[in-house]
Ligand binder design. Sequence first.
Ligand code: 5RP
Length: 256
Amino acid sequence: MSDDLSPAEAAKSAAALKASEYVKNGMKVGLGTGSTAAWLVKHLGERKRTEGLDIVGVPTSTRTAEQAREEGIPITTLNEAKWLDLTIDGADEYDADLALIKGGGGALLQEKIVATASDRMIVIADETKFVPQLGAFPLPVEVLGFGMHTTQLLLEEMLEGLDVTGTKAVPRMTDGQLFVTDEGNHILDLHLGRIGNPRQLSLVLNQVPGVVENGLFVDICDICITGHSDGRIEVRDATSDDAEASERNVFADLAD
Ligand code: 5RP
């Protein structure tokens, strides 16, 4: 690992490097979005050049598509690939059940579609992303531009009756303009503080007209790989049936 990396980047790179080991020749791989996922694409590009790794990637954003092309990784669309072997992506928060908040980078819609269309999803993260309870990170919700201020009011009203601490829905801005997603929609960031029941909240949010998708990923992630700045990594595998092994695997130090 390069000494030039900041502790945070070293941790992300370590997680992404470990996740890249799950990628085998012939696989169709969903490529996530964000600074941690960018490390994954970089490591896969390296494997492509050094060992001729033979994969096809399905990017979850225009940013990731551009980086994959630069790294020489062949890419296709989800429509072409139809179903994927594996998706590897970052997260803004994850809890002990491997429920996630995603969408800090605004790509939650494609990310959720791609992850759901995969046999397995691996999340890569640095240690700051683990939380005992989701909700400190504002939950991104992708909404249609049409009537979005009404959608905002409806969401805030609906949140009053749910097991959350805050109810504020804030339109995401960039350079003084509403943030526009790859699908031409906008994002409302929900400042919830604490999410008591992520599964219920995810279902209820998507019932509000104008909501396209929300950034809660529940029962989608199978494995979470956490990287530390000293190069150590921890793997939590939610798919392990063996309770004892699973216990040992939970944050087991695999670096030695
Ligand atoms: C983008 C995402 C990202 O995976 C999430 O924001 C984490 O990003 P980073 O790895 O830069 O912390 O959901 O929509």
